[in-house]
Write a protein of this length. Structure first.
Length: 367
């Protein structure tokens, strides 16, 4: 007599079924292969990664980078160009099946500003700058945060107290205030110096997370075994503890980069960020804010790319979190769990009963 699985599965059976599904997928794989497999199966992360790659390629190939020219005919700095549409409206039109006049890109798909400058080129330059700032802040903050957190968590004692009180001192000062001071001093020099300076103060949250990981890992058996074997503190940190904390570090750095681009946008909008002639997305929003009601496209496009970049990085961070820590994953759908549970119960019913580890089934010679 067959029984259908109860749709309202108890919590312990849900957990057991989820573990069975997970173990079936990863059996025989190394830790790195398991992480890659989980990440590439995360739909949100793959969508975010694909969109972010598309944005990066568009930004760096269209207007070029450094001495490398791009395929777009405008640089974004030319003035007194002929205004194609009244008010510099975008020449990009939607296809007819979307209610437009027919798909066309035109000479200025994002429109032109009051000086006739091509907005598409200026937005692409802004995307380049914002991406550069985001990556540099992430790398600098990651380096300092990992160094401070690992030293504090591993050695503890007075060094831990000193480093954590220093971290608390940085935390007490609002980030926007520190960023405004840095932007006023370094924003007029170069975008790289501005990003490095911000990275020097945005490491505090990462340092606390790394410290917590090191405090937990240093008490594990494999660390005790390394100490007994005579391994130095440096070897224990870099060969045993740090590789086991790499998941937390990567995920936290990714999410930090997402917040970094929003911070750069806010500072540039307030006038404390990157200054002309360097172009950033926040600076474009600040320059064109007065045209929001009359020429809103000047405001739309920079804002759209800020949102897209921040969301894609967040999606990638979610995928990395689920890949490195399967406990954070969403529970599979109820249908999938019920199917897996039914299969597991079917396998259990076909096995002979065991008592105290002995098979009590009737053998061929049993009476």
């Amino acid at each position: 007599m067959s029984t259908s699985p109860d749709p309202q599965l108890p919590a312990d059976r849900n957990e057991r079924t989820e573990n069975e599904i997970e173990l079936k997928d990863v059996v025989g794989l190394s830790q790195g292969e398991i992480v890659r497999r989980r990440f590439f199966r995360h739909k949100g992360a793959m969508a975010g990664l694909g969109l972010l790659i598309a944005v990066v390629l568009l930004a760096f190939t269209s207007v070029g980078f450094g001495p490398v020219p791009g395929w777009w005919k405008y640089t974004g700095y030319e003035t007194n160009l002929d205004v194609v549409n009244p008010g510099g409206a975008p020449t990009f039109t939607l296809p007819s099946w979307l209610g437009g006049e027919g798909f066309a890109i035109g000479a200025h798909p994002f429109g032109q500003d009051e000086l006739g400058r091509d907005l598409f080129a200026r937005v692409m330059h802004g995307v380049q700058t914002s991406l550069m700032v985001m990556v540099i802040i992430g790398l600098v903050a990651c380096g300092i945060g990992v160094l401070v957190g690992s030293l504090a968590g591993f050695f503890r004692g007075r060094l831990d107290t000193l480093l954590m009180r220093t971290t608390d001192l940085f935390i007490t000062v609002p980030t926007i205030v520190i960023g405004a001071v840095i932007g006023k001093l370094a924003g007029q020099v170069s975008g790289v110096l501005f990003a490095v300076s911000l990275g020097l103060v945005l490491w505090t949250s990462l340092a606390r997370l790394v410290r917590g990981e090191f405090l937990a890992l240093r008490e594990r058996e494999f660390v005790d075994a390394a100490r007994v074997a005579g391994a130095s503190s440096r070897r224990i940190i870099f060969k045993h503890i740090l590789p086991n904390a790499i998941g937390t570090i990567i995920v936290s750095t990714t999410l930090l980069m997402s917040s970094a681009i929003l911070l750069e946008t806010a500072l540039s909008y307030l006038g404390f960020g990157i200054q002309p002639p360097t172009i950033s997305l926040g600076q474009l929003i600040q320059q064109y804010q007065e045209a929001f009601s009359t020429r809103p496209w000047l405001f739309w496009w920079p804002g759209l790319f800020i949102v897209v970049i921040a969301l894609t990085v967040n999606f990638i961070g979610d995928g990395l979190r689920d890949a490195f820590d399967p406990r954070q994953k969403r529970i599979p759908s109820e249908r999938k769990m019920a199917k897996a549970l039914a299969a597991a119960e079917a396998r259990t019913t076909t096995m002979p009963p065991h008592i105290d580890g002995r098979n009590v089934g009737m053998g061929p010679g049993a009476a």
